[in-house]
Write a protein that binds this ligand. Structure first.
Ligand code: PLP
Length: 409
């Protein structure tokens, strides 16, 4: 895998005489033969992977994006990959893609707040049934187009058994948001999923400087995604494609390095008196289904933890860290901390959010590749300020703010 990360999408370098991927920023392409141009346009509009003569127009095809896509498909063991302007653009295209099955989607909660809100909003005129992982079989209908799940799930880091959901779904395609795992730790297609989806903004780019999304899947499914991408204009920018491709050679190193630090931080947090609970698959009770080793080769570098002191304590920790960046997003070389109830999952209705375990005292930590002792020094200093559960009762009305209350802060 290390070798594939380094060399994927670079096989032709010796032949074309370069050592780094060329960037093509053209917005349009010259066309000297109208009949050929028309044929290329037809082929791209039908979802073909590449044109025979000219790319016609940058919203239809870009060679720098295509190079990143072929590299990424190789890492996921997929026939094809389709890259988008963001993870949400990829998710939107997925739900809009043509299907002969129907308008119904089964979604396994919890998932990323933006995905949850997109599905719940009705914007896409799709009908959604929310299901727990063991309820998928019962939620399938004759018009179900797909089952959508995320594992590890955001932000609780609960693992969903992909192979079990695939079994329950029968011939209905299962799509996995595998953003937290990356192809280094998890390969959903090998477990029977129809597609693996990523917010490439996170680990794939890895340096917090590019936004993108990518779906690795069969050539047949990729065709439908490309068609939607052309119509809705969600193609990845070539500069972002270059940065995402540049992230790949270090992907395995970064993922394994961050994971080693995360395991240590999780164990220390679990022993800390201000911390009520730590959700991390690598802790003894963090993987009740024993999916580590079977589905995921490691526990990753994302965790969430519950402060005994509730919202006030969580806010204090987020505001007190100095080395760690208080910010949404994840999978960067630097460590990030954020408050899911107030930020990433704010648009999920209060009752649903609480049912998913996203409480006011929950923080999500994305461990980077810094030295563990430096990270722990920062985190333990921030935690030292919050004390235990009694600390919170002195702060008026802070036990469990609703969305409205959080908005007022
Ligand atoms: C960030 C994220 C998304 C959305 O991706 P963007 O690139 O921010 O649009 C989707 N799923 C998961 C799990 C994420 O973490």
């Amino acid at each position: 895998m290390h070798t594939r990360c380094v060399h994927a999408g670079r096989d032709d370098f010796a032949r074309i005489g370069v050592h780094a991927p060329p960037i093509d920023l053209s917005s349009t392409y010259p066309m000297h033969d109208l009949a050929e141009g028309t044929a290329d346009l037809d082929a791209l509009a039908a979802g073909e992977a590449a044109p025979a003569h000219t790319a016609v127009y940058a919203r239809l095809y870009n060679p720098t994006v295509a190079r990143f896509e072929s590299a990424f498909a190789e890492l996921e063991g997929a026939q094809a990959a389709v890259a988008f302007a963001s993870g949400m653009a990829a998710i939107t295209a997925l739900f809009l893609a043509p299907t002969d099955r129907g308008r119904h989607i089964v979604a396994v909660r919890p998932i990323y707040g933006g995905t949850d809100h997109l599905l719940a909003s009705g914007l896409l005129s799709r009908e959604v049934t929310w299901a727990a992982p063991h309820e998928v079989a019962g939620a399938i209908r004759p018009d179900t187009a797909m089952v959508f799940l995320e594992t590890p799930a955001n932000p609780t880091c609960a693992l969903v058994d992909i192979a079990d959901v695939v079994r329950q779904a029968g011939d209905v395609p299962v799509v996995v948001d595998s953003t937290f795992a990356t192809p280094i730790l998890q390969r959903p297609l090998a477990l029977g999923a129809a597609a693996a989806l990523h917010s490439a903004t996170k680990f794939i780019g890895g340096h917090g400087d590019a936004v993108g999304g990518v779906i690795a899947t069969s050539e047949a499914m990729a065709r439908g995604l490309r068609q939607v991408r052309i119509l809705t204009g969600g193609i990845l920018h070539p500069l972002a494609a270059y940065l995402l491709h540049r992230g790949l050679p270090t992907l395995a190193l970064r993922v394994h390095g961050a994971q080693a630090g995360a395991g240590e931080i999780a164990r220390r947090l679990a022993r800390h008196p201000a911390v009520h609970a730590v959700h991390y698959p690598g802790l003894p009770d963090g993987d009740p289904q024993r999916l580590l080793g079977r589905q995921m080769s490691g526990a990753g570098s994302l965790m969430s933890f519950e402060l005994a002191g509730g919202y006030q304590a969580a806010a204090h920790v987020m505001e007190s860290v100095r080395l760690i960046t208080p910010a949404v997003s994840l999978g960067s070389t630097d460590t990030l901390i954020q408050h899911p109830a107030g930020l990433t999952h704010r648009l999920v209705p209060d009752a649903e959010r609480e049912a998913m375990g996203i409480t006011p005292g929950l923080l999500r930590l994305s461990v980077g590749v810094e030295g563990v002792e430096d990270l722990w020094a920062d985190l333990s200093r921030a935690l030292a300020g919050v004390g235990d559960a009694d600390w919170d009762s002195s702060s008026e009305g802070a036990a469990s703010p609703s969305n409205g209350e959080l908005a007022a802060r």
